[in-house]
Ligand binder design. Structure first.
Ligand SMILES: *Cc1c(COP(=O)(O)O)cnc(C)c1O
Length: 424
């Protein structure tokens, strides 16, 4: 089975040949590849080509592919059965780890994806406050839930408009969208709708418009304005959780949200999400409280074991300085290669995540992120792929390094990138 044949067969039976749109490479052009194996920081496609992997399955694989401890724990658990439908010990173990590691979380509910986590968190915020509106930021992605899959119209503090057919305007209208890092726009939204804003949801470090850090004081401002108005602050830490520190962005910036959404690294490669927060908020979730949310396969033992081994490794080894050093090596190397070639670019780095924008503007929100030359990014992506470097197939995503990327692997990647950029 090779890439081309597999994709042909996929197109017959899967919309666009994929189960998640970005995998079709529409944003970058070229033929999509199928991956068949991963080890450490490398992956192999169906044609047998090898790549140094900075996609990391979109973030979860912070320990690299097929980490021996994780694989062993999963294998042992599979032997015992795949699902029981009643409580298993590993849910309790993982919950204790999350509570221990994430500063603002005292109780947690596991779900099966990041989307489910944000969807349930918004329901909980509405249930707890009795208010209707959700305020989100343009360019922040929180999964494909109706209320959060909306984008802004022009102007400041606009009503959301549906981001896709299938979302009724009446639902999108309950979502307010403002530019990221824009305190004035948030204030204006609270002046007009403050009475009825259930929650503000934010990626504390944006990863889905490319990496965009919060401006100094922005998260603190959000903490204060929500508190003052009786709204809840939701940190969507699906990417940043366990990545920027063992307690996520909230630990790094010292700001505690009311509800935290987790996913990606939490499952270590298995489909796991979670939402958690202070005891009095989480006690509103059924069966302790009235806000209903459930899942047949939630807390699946195999998935939980995978998460437990991943989090334990991060808690015990705290590899964050090492990850940061490797990302510094990578980002500075890429910056030098592009600089020598005279290609205008901007690299945003936070911890072990980064994005290369092809623009000479500072990137601090979605508008400025969109100034990047996405056509050039497409060519850059395809050249890198050709030389054996896999990065996310979209401008507006993050590159990740993990513990399996050693200094020598970054050097090797930089050599490949240098080759790739030669005839860009
Ligand atoms: C990936 C992501 C989600 C959605 O998670 P899924 O598991 O893809 O549903 C939500 N929020 C953020 C910040 C993400 O990066």
């Amino acid at each position: 089975m090779n890439n081309r044949k597999l994709m042909e067969e996929a197109l017959e039976v899967l919309p666009g040949g994929v189960n998640s749109p970005v995998r079709a490479f529409k944003a970058v052009g070229g033929s999509p590849i199928a991956l068949v194996k991963g080890r450490g920081c490398r992956v192999w496609d169906a044609d047998g080509n090898e790549y140094i992997d900075f996609l990391a399955s979109w973030g979860p694989l912070i320990l690299g592919h097929a980490h021996p401890k994780v694989v062993k724990a999963v294998r042992d658990e599979v032997e015992k059965g795949l699902s029981f439908g009643l409580t298993n010990p590993h849910e309790v173990r993982l919950a204790h780890l999350v509570v221990e590691m994430v500063p603002s979380v005292e109780k947690v509910r596991f779900v099966n994806s990041g989307t489910e986590a944000t969807m349930s968190a918004v329901r909980l915020a509405r249930g707890v406050t009795g208010k209707r509106y959700v305020l989100k930021f343009d360019g922040c992605y929180h999964g494909h839930y109706d209320s959060l899959l909306v984008s802004a119209g022009s102007g400041v503090a606009t009503f959301g408009i549906p981001g896709t057919p299938g979302i009724p305007e009446e639902i999108a209208e309950l979502t307010l969208v403002v530019p990221f890092n824009d305190e004035g726009a948030v204030k204006e939204a609270f002046e007009r709708y403050g009475e009825d804003i259930a929650c503000v949801i934010v990626e504390p470090v944006a990863g889905n418009m490319g990496v965009v850090p919060p401006k100094e004081g922005f998260l603190k401002f959000l903490r204060e304005i929500t508190q003052k108005n009786g709204s809840l602050l939701i940190f969507d830490e699906v990417i940043t959780g366990f990545r920027l520190s063992k307690g996520g962005a909230q630990e790094l910036f010292g700001i505690e949200p009311d509800i935290t959404c987790l996913g990606k690294i939490l499952g270590g490669g298995m489909p796991v999400g979670a939402y958690g927060g202070r005891r009095e908020i989480m006690s509103q979730v059924a069966p302790e409280g009235p806000v209903y949310q459930a899942g047949t396969l939630s807390g699946n033992p195999v998935a939980m074991v995978c998460g437990v081994e991943t989090l334990k490794e991060l808690r015990d080894k705290e590899p964050y300085p090492q990850l940061e050093a490797r990302m510094k090596q990578l980002s500075e190397g890429v910056g030098k290669i592009l600089g020598d070639k005279g290609i205008p670019h901007r690299i945003n780095v936070v911890g072990s995540m980064m994005t290369v924008f092809f623009t000479d503007r500072e990137v601090f929100d979605f508008e400025s992120a969109k100034s990047s030359d996405t056509e050039l990014f497409g060519r850059f992506f395809r050249k890198l792929l050709e030389k054996g470097v896999l990065i996310p197939p979209s401008q507006f995503e993050a590159w990740f390094v993990g513990t399996a990327h050693e200094e020598k692997h970054i050097e090797e990647a930089l050599e490949r990138i240098s080759e790739a950029v030669k005839d860009l």
